[in-house]
Structures are given as structure tokens and as C-alpha cells.
Ligand binder design. Structure first.
Ligand code: F6R
Length: 348
């Protein structure tokens, strides 16, 4: 059942601290800061294939692997035919919650025909992807009923972070941040003002989401979740791309959610983009850890605990899940089974 929640989606959003604890269990050695995910992982190069929300997790994973010095690229599974074919020691990683998505299975099969090794990152033990790939990394989020992926996305992102960390020889900062993540997710759930933000902007014309670096996939995911369950027009952009076109859509009736974490170069640049939309009178909702001065330019702030860059993006995503949920609830949408959508898409 829904354990007292109005929807499975809200229940699953609240199950995220537990899902992440399960995902982390026995994979992190607190003593030496080393990570082990029981996957033989020493690739020359990595290609990710995935669809929808799982593609956003893959974009995140590719950035983390690049940071660890492993060339990595994420492809939409349905566009994998356009990728340079994998060779020799390349690893092709299918990120698929269900393990049954036709586009992803077909890209993985193509990779295997080319001689590549394959890894499934999935939530379902014994799923087709898990059976067909050389190896499987389970994200352990527990069953997800809501069509909109929430806790499985969070667990995918953590599993991919663990995979990237498993290639190094102990990153204490990252391990410490991961260990604190479930508690920080709980703090966001307990303290979020997403409902008030939803109430304020529910009648808007369109909703935009911007971020750069690790916050870019979060912006894409924020917009996808929002459009799926509210049926309102929502778009995610790389913050730097705004001025190359999307800015033409920005008005006083289009709230812009800006994901800004840390106080480095990326935050500074995104704040520049925030000023551009503010100058067009768009309401700005900053999703931030309070490290930069983005709040000065924002009409609303959705706060996340300050921490490490790799976990900040995940925390920001929780806020955006809640905004989407509360907006959809106010609009009376069919949140757990949005129109035209299925939990697992078994046709190409
Ligand atoms: C969005 C959503 C979909 C899935 C996509 C891939 O909330 O759930 O975009 O992420 O259909 O599904 P899996 O991960 O099962 O391959």
C-alpha cells in the first residue's frame, strides 16, 4: 500500500534515504575509504546507453568517470546507432531501472555483437538486461510503483558514483559525503518549502530548469519529471545555452529553476545566466547549498545542505521532485499513472 501517502510517488520520494542506505551497504570501507561494487571494472573507455530518467543518470555517471580519468560518454539508447562502435577494452554500460527497456536492450545487444563487454546497472535482479550483460550492478532501490522514476534515479546516481570511486584508491571526501547523503536527503524531505513554491507558480505558462556540470543532468531530470506528471510545458537547459535560443521563451510568466551548488567557476557562470533571466522579469527559484550569492537574485530559495559537489546535485534533485509532485497534486493530475506513459517501455 501507500503507507498513508496520497500517492506511490510521494511514498517513493520519502523512501529515498532508505534506498540510498541499501545501495551503499557493504560497498564502502570506512577504514581505508575504498569502494568495492563487486564488478570487474577497468575499462579503456566507457559508453553509457539509457533512456529518459536513466539517461540523465548516465550523463551524471559519464561526468564522474571523466573526472576519474576514464573517457566516458552517454548516449540515448535510441541514438546509439550514431556512436563510434565500441572496440577492444571498451565497456558499454546500460543504465535501466527495469532492465526491460527495448531501446536499451537493443543498444546493449548491438554492443555485444561488436565484441564489447557489457554491464547492466539495474534495479531488477534477473531482468533481461541483468541476464544478457556480462555483469550487473544492482542499485537496490526496492520496487518502484509510480511511473515517474524517483528513488531508482537517486540510487542509480549513487551506484554510478560508487562505480567511479571504485577505480581510485580512496577518496575520503567523497566517501564521507556519500555516508552523510541519506541523512541529508532526509533533511531536505523534512525541511523543503517546495510546496509553497508549487503553490506560487502553479498557474505559470511554462517552467524552465537550468544547471551546468553535474547540475545539468539535474536540470534535465527536473524538467522531465515536471512535464511527465503535471502535463505543463517544462524544459531543462544547460545554463550556458540559454542565450543561444531558449532565452526568447523567458517572460515574467515562466519561472526558472536554477540549480547552483558550491561557489566555484560553474556557480559563478550560472549566476550570470540567472541575471539574464532576472533581467527579463522571470521569477527565479534557486536550488542551492547557500555557498554562492545566487540567493540575491532569486525570488525563492530551495535549500539543500552544504557538502560535496558530487552529492549536492543529488540533493538538488530531491527538491525538484517535490516541486513537480506538489504542482501535479494541485492540478489534480494522475500522478502515479500519467497519461500516455508506461512504467516500462518494451517497444523500440
Ligand atoms: C521517467 C521514467 C522514464 C524511464 C525510461 C527508462 O520518470 O521513468 O523516462 O526512466 O523509460 O526506463 P528504465 O530505466 O526502466 O530503462
Amino acid at each position: 500500500g501507500k503507507s498513508g501517502y496520497d500517492h506511490f510517488m510521494l511514498k517513493e520520494i520519502h523512501e529515498q534515504p532508505r534506498a540510498l542506505r541499501q545501495c551503499l551497504r557493504e560497498r564502502v570501507n570506512e577504514m581505508d575509504g575504498k569502494v568495492s561494487v563487486d564488478v570487474d571494472f577497468a575499462p579503456e573507455r566507457v559508453q553509457f546507453v539509457a533512456c529518459g530518467t536513466s539517461y540523465h543518470a548516465a550523463l551524471f555517471g559519464a561526468q564522474l568517470l571523466q573526472q576519474s580519468g576514464i573517457p566516458a560518454q552517454a548516449f540515448l539508447a535510441s541514438e546509439y546507432a550514431t556512436a563510434t562502435p565500441p572496440i577492444g577494452d571498451d565497456l558499454v554500460v546500460g543504465v535501466t531501472q527495469s532492465g526491460e527497456t527495448a531501446d536499451t536492450l537493443s543498444a546493449l545487444r548491438e554492443a555485444r555483437r561488436r565484441g564489447a563487454r557489457t554491464l547492466a546497472v539495474t534495479n531488477v535482479v534477473g531482468s533481461t538486461a541483468a541476464r544478457e550483460c556480462d555483469q550487473a550492478l544492482y542499485v537496490r532501490a526496492g520496487p518502484e510503483i509510480g511511473v515517474a522514476a524517483t528513488k531508482t534515479f537517486a540510487a542509480q546516481v549513487v551506484a554510478l558514483t560508487l562505480l567511479a570511486l571504485s577505480t581510485g584508491d580512496g577518496d575520503r571526501d567523497a566517501i564521507g559525503a556519500l555516508r552523510k547523503l541519506p541523512g541529508n536527503v532526509q533533511a531536505v524531505l523534512d525541511e523543503s518549502t517546495a510546496r509553497e513554491v508549487a503553490e506560487e507558480y502553479v498557474d505559470s505558462d511554462a517552467f524552465f530548469f537550468i544547471g551546468r556540470g553535474l547540475s545539468y543532468p539535474v536540470a534535465l531530470e527536473g524538467a522531465l519529471k515536471f512535464k511527465e506528471i503535471t502535463y505543463e510545458h517544462a524544459e531543462g537547459f544547460a545554463a550556458g545555452e540559454l542565450k543561444h535560443g531558449p532565452l526568447a521563451l523567458v517572460t515574467s510568466e515562466t519561472p526558472v529553476f536554477a540549480v547552483v551548488t558550491g561557489d566555484g567557476e560553474q556557480a559563478r557562470k550560472t549566476i550570470g545566466n540567472v541575471k539574464e533571466v532576472e533581467a527579463r522579469d522571470a521569477p527565479v527559484i534557486a536550488v542551492t547549498d547557500g555557498q554562492s550569492d545566487v540567493e540575491r537574485y532569486a525570488d525563492h530559495v530551495l535549500r539543500i545542505p552544504a557538502g560535496e559537489p558530487r552529492t549536492a546535485a543529488m540533493l538538488a534533485n530531491i527538491q525538484l521532485q517535490l516541486v513537480a509532485y506538489h504542482t501535479a497534486a494541485m492540478l489534480g493530475r494522475s500522478i502515479d499513472k500519467p497519461r500516455n506513459l508506461a512504467k516500462s517501455v518494451t517497444v523500440e
